[in-house]
Write a protein that binds this ligand. Sequence first.
Ligand code: ATR
Length: 284
Amino acid sequence: MEITAYTNVLGIIGDPVEHSFSPKMHNFISEKTGNDYVYTAWHVKASDLKDAINGIRALGIKGINVTAPHKVEVMKHIDIISDEAKILGSVNTVVNRDGVLYGYNTDADGLYMAMEKEGISVEGKNVLIIGAGGVSRPIIIRTVKNNPKSVTLMNRTQSKAVLIAEEIYKKTGCEIFTDMYTKEYDVVINTTSAGMEPQEDKLPTEDIPKLRDLKFITDKTAVVDLIYNPEETRFLAEAKKRGAKTMNGLGMLIYQGVIAYELFTGKEIDESITRDIKSKIFKR
Ligand code: ATR
């Protein structure tokens, strides 16, 4: 791939940002498709966020991904925010179209696309979401949109789950249960960091008394863990033992990037490229 004066520039901002897989994924897609784009990473401190966003306009950068801790704050500095990102309350993708900055959130869509590919649907199902941190809210809101029978949100610190449930009720009129709605769930999504370094040995359920016995998982349950490193968390291993179908977070990571790439370039990315990203970049 030759970088010339015509090459379009993309990138990711975050603090920290060095661990991001996005440059590898996006440059891989450009190489495969022959699209004239290059993607880099910028370590941007919160105090420099406004200047960084103005820099996109000044330099004619075509688009950026936004990662922690800027996903909420960035909304103040862009021009048009998609309805979905507004409801989710966070933006992870900014597209520069002729100097106008558009904000999107592709995280929850990435998860749902990955689930769809694995044949996991929430429609008409009892869904349990564990965790009330940063990624939880967009996922709950996206889940509600897909017509589940019920959505339950359980968190180690229950007051946080109640706050999110109240906020979502105000925004969407949908009731989110913060206590067990049913004994067994059809779809379970772990959004907590329990299971990821430095908590590899932890189950997200051990500190939540009503979930501790894992009886809500049966051989009819699909269990999704947003963690992709390790490839199989202890939680997924336990779910497998109970006969559940399992999925880790790698698909979400890949699809949120692919959807962002499509927004940046206006070009559709073939499924075969997604498979190549998985095997060539993530060796899975
Ligand atoms: P954020 O995503 O906002 O940065 P975080 O501190 O990384 O937040 O935590 C994300 C989620 O993981 C939270 O729901 C957190 O539970 P608390 O609200 O009770 O802190 C959850 N979490 C982290 N470690 C956990 C553990 N060992 N067991 C259960 N939940 C855990």
